[in-house]
Design a protein around this ligand. Sequence first.
Ligand SMILES: O=C(O)c1cccc(C(=O)CC[C@H]2O[C@@H](n3cnc4c(=O)[nH]cnc43)[C@H](O)[C@@H]2O)c1
Length: 205
Amino acid sequence: MRPLIVAATDAEIAPSIDFLKRLQIPYLTTGVGMTATAYQLGKSITQIRPDYILNVGIGGALYKDIPLGTVIQITKDSFSELGAEDGELFLPIEELGFGKSVFTPSFPSLASPPQLALHTGITVNTVHGNEQSILLLKARLSSATIETMEGAAVFFVSEAENIPCLQIRAISNYVEKRNRQAWEIPLAIKNLNVWLQEFILKNSL
Ligand SMILES: O=C(O)c1cccc(C(=O)CC[C@H]2O[C@@H](n3cnc4c(=O)[nH]cnc43)[C@H](O)[C@@H]2O)c1
């Protein structure tokens, strides 16, 4: 099974670039956010038709029971801001009758599937950093545990193109009042890339 590795930034997969080149595994960095991701991934898979998409990156945890640096799998993701406000209420796009916001991709059949904790993600344009908006988010979407800026866009393309997909994230920070100094990006990137290379060795040779 040949994957296409998809990350938002070069930095997130920098420790694996030489490894991926050596094994001739295709990879794509899209730029941060769902618009860039949907555009770049959609364009790329017209040229490379992978057996599956492997979306990797860092992400924020909504709750502190997940240690920073932990590598997890997101199996359900949503465009959590896609909809309309109605006073105090939020109406998701489904209620407006204009499509869907929640995605659960099909998984590839692998020799060695990831054996990681499974999580539900939300995908946002604005990284939450305000206590009030975080409380409202947790009340509205109580099953969500991880926040990223691309996950649902990758799942959207995977579903539209009927290509199985995995989303793997290493936790770099907690979703809390903005506290950039507490982010552990180097640890998350290191753990993510150790996981990625082991996974590729078990599944792509
Ligand atoms: O400095 C910042 O405030 C900042 C905010 C978001 C991301 C970054 C990055 O340097 C990495 C880009 C990448 O990170 C993902 N990410 C990581 N943590 C979160 C989060 O708490 N909420 C949403 N996205 C997050 C995201 O997928 C970006 O592609 C710096």
